[in-house]
Design a protein around this ligand. Structure first.
Ligand SMILES: [Zn+2]
Length: 216
């Protein structure tokens, strides 16, 4: 835990000095708390480039019309990212072998996880209704892929996100990190499946999306 001070601080000190006055991140990155998913590594980002939200199973609780947000941590971060920091690319990144997704699929998660994983109900329904994007995957990984995509729909249940997307000001991306192969995939609408990030149709189409092109 002291490694930063002894091995990295000198290298990064000038960058942090520049960042001290503020941040202008390139993307909002929503991913799982899993220790094997390292946003700055898989997106090849430097300090100041990614605004990150992490939680169990990378869920975005949907906004229910007329009801105050059921969970304010994620929605607050999303609002701040889009409306204050003016971030224009949002990535939801799931991953293989997700313990949270396994608990969600089991239908009987440990009691402390129950309330949180209830936000994954729409993911379960989408996976069951539409079937797997990649039938060769385990059921957990199938659900994980469907869930990352579902979170984009959940994001759009929030009025300000939907307005920005409809105005063409914000793009939503679903990514999936395959841990055994260390391969980063992006959902391709044209192919209706996750493809290697280099083959994705629009991962780097926007000027402020350099973080995404950097992943190549
Ligand atoms: Zn996970």
């Amino acid at each position: 835990m002291k490694r930063f001070e002894t091995t990295k601080r000198a290298r990064y000190s000038s960058r942090f000095a520049k960042l001290a006055s503020g941040q202008e991140p390139l993307a909002l990155f929503i991913t799982c708390s899993d220790s094997r998913v390292v946003p700055s590594l898989i997106a090849l980002s430097d300090p100041g480039e990614l605004f990150v939200v992490r939680n169990v199973a990378n869920l975005v609780p949907p906004q229910v019309p007329g009801v105050e947000s059921p969970e304010t941590s994620v929605s607050s971060a999303v609002w701040y990212a889009l409306e204050v920091l003016k971030i224009r690319d949002v990535v939801v990144c799931g991953h293989s072998g997700c313990g949270g997704i396994n608990a969600l699929r089991s239908g009987a998660p440990p009691a402390p996880l129950e309330r949180w994983l209830a936000h994954g109900q729409r993911s379960l329904e989408a996976w069951r209704a539409k079937g797997p994007l990649d039938p060769s995957l385990s059921e957990d990984d199938q659900l994980s892929q469907a869930s990352a995509l579902q979170q984009l729909a959940n994001l759009e249940t929030h009025d300000h996100v939907r307005a920005r997307v409809e105005a063409g000001e914000v793009k939503l991306h679903a990514w999936w990190f395959d841990i055994p192969s260390a391969r980063l995939l992006a959902y391709s609408k044209a192919a209706n499946r996750y493809v290697p990030i280099l083959e994705a149709e629009e991962p780097a189409a926007r000027p402020r999306a350099s973080v995404i092109s950097a992943a190549e």
